[in-house]
Design a binder for this molecule. Structure first.
Ligand SMILES: [Zn+2]
Length: 478
């Protein structure tokens, strides 16, 4: 669910437009930060210099969080369990790593073959790389496979995962979602924050700028290790051509296709001095390993790679904390965090890992509760007025959540003795798949108060009891 809030000031034109929590203000802050990620200008015919962007975590924390996420991924992904394939990937990977500029940091690189036919690969912070058999099978030669791997390890060297988490953290910090994290908090708190980002999949959703940087550095690494530097761009072109008109391959959902991808890579090859005549393209080892993985039995797919690296939040606690807002009070699980709106009326409540990046740098609530107050007038005991205001609010929600649908028509309920409407909606979940939104509304002197309970559909049942307990605890001011 796109976390949204109404503008309270009726004098403003956009008064009725809902907006995402990480709206214009945060977006512009993120945009500002992005300036430092632009390629450093260099003299022509010199290789592009790339450095990791702004990061609030240390390289050691990259390794720590990556190691944990990799252990989870290894448990949830069907691994090839083929020592020959793993040894080959490790040998090839380390050959590339030898030419990777890491600013002196020694990342503990690991390369694992995943028994998944989808053409994909990913590397967690710290250097834990997973390469699908589908990527090996789709590569025409060793230079193309090396290209994908060089791209992945460049994300590690450029620390894109924790850079992404830093930006998301900054964006949410600006809005008070994580007050105090930026100012003088301990390394331990930061690290657990990072764990929450790993759980939300933030570490593996790269921006197009990050993709372009990984392409450029990957091309340099290919060149420096003696491979045909066109290998990576050829592989991406092939992926695109083969899937024209079909669903985009998984690779592009984790690694969005930057604009002018191939041109940018060609430009870099030019700067490096062109394709060396003796550049390595293929090897008998590659052909042998390709045959080896083609012969592997197909494993049942457990989870898409990026989702496997993410973990759902801990279950809601049975103990409750109190929250007092202007106009109402409620109780929420004491292992959730509260994120009050600046206007004092609305608030969100979510477990660690419940607020995630929606893939565009905006915060989205995947698990938890959003309370908001919308402008509406009417007698609190008039069901028609309540129904009208509720339908209008749902239509507004649908504007910022285009795939949101009414799953079950509104039913009459009581909320702290007041007439209320309960409506079930379905929507795209920011963690993938569908989510259930249970919306309970009631009319109050301050407007239409809505309680939106959000959880991914498969997990909703586990949250139902908690949502009911929260709504039962609601007390309105007299
Ligand atoms: Zn990428």
């Amino acid at each position: 669910m796109s976390v949204w809030r109404r503008q309270e000031d009726p004098s403003r034109k956009e008064a009725n437009q809902p907006r995402r929590v990480a709206g214009t203000h945060a977006a512009s802050c993120v945009a500002l930060l992005c300036l430092s990620f632009l390629f450093a200008p260099v003299a022509s015919a010199q290789r592009t210099e790339l450095k990791p962007g702004w990061n609030m975590f240390t390289p050691q924390q990259d390794i720590e969080v990556g190691k944990k996420a990799a252990a989870d991924a290894a448990k949830q992904l069907p691994l090839c369990d083929d020592p020959k394939a793993d040894a080959y990937l490790t040998q090839l990977g380390m050959r590339l790593v030898a030419k990777l500029p890491t600013n002196g940091v020694q990342y503990p690189f690991e390369f694992h073959c995943v028994n998944d036919k989808a053409i994909n690969a990913f590397a967690l912070p710290g250097g834990y790389a997973f390469i699908n058999r589908g990527a090996i099978e789709a590569a025409d030669n060793e230079a193309q496979l090396a290209g994908v791997m060089a791209h992945e390890i460049s994300h590690v060297a450029l620390r894109h995962g924790t850079n992404q988490a830093s930006k998301a953290e900054f964006a949410s910090g600006v809005l008070g979602i994580a007050d105090g994290i930026l100012g003088g908090s301990t390394g331990g708190a930061l690290l657990s924050k990072l764990g929450a980002f790993a759980a939300g999949g933030v570490l593996l959703r790269y921006s197009r700028t990050a993709e372009s940087q990984a392409d450029v550095m990957g091309t340099q690494v290919l060149y420096d290790s003696g491979y045909d530097p066109r290998g990576m761009a050829q592989f991406f072109e092939k992926l695109e051509a083969e899937t024209k008109g079909k669903n985009p391959p998984e690779f592009f959902s984790d690694h969005p296709n930057p604009e002018h991808r191939v041109e940018r890579v060609d430009e870099e090859i030019e700067k490096l001095g062109g394709v060396p005549p003796n550049a390595r393209r293929d090897s008998t080892e590659f052909e042998a390993i390709k045959r080896e993985v083609l012969a592997l039995p197909v494993a049942k797919k457990l989870m898409p790679a990026a989702a496997a690296a993410a973990k759902p939040p801990a279950p809601p606690s049975g103990n409750f904390a109190s929250y007092q807002a202007n106009g109402y009070a409620l109780k929420y699980p004491d292992n959730w965090k509260k994120y009050p709106d600046s206007n004092g009326a609305g608030a969100s409540f979510a477990p660690d890992g419940g607020v995630v990046d929606d893939g565009t740098g905006h915060a989205a609530l995947a698990y938890g509760l959003i309370v908001s107050v919308a402008q509406a007038s009417g007698d609190p005991n008039d069901w028609d007025a309540l129904n009208n205001a509720t339908q209008q609010m749902i239509q507004e929600l649908q504007k910022s959540n285009p795939n949101m649908k009414i799953a079950r028509q509104s039913e009459h309920v009581r909320l702290n003795g007041q007439p209320g409407l309960a409506t079930y909606l379905s929507n795209d979940s920011p963690v993938g798949g569908q989510e259930t939104d249970w919306v309970v509304t009631t009319l109050r002197p301050e407007g239409l108060v809505s309680f939106v309970c959000v959880a991914p559909q498969p997990a909703y049942e586990k949250y139902d009891k908690t949502f009911n307990a929260i709504l039962d605890s609601v007390r309105f001011a007299k």
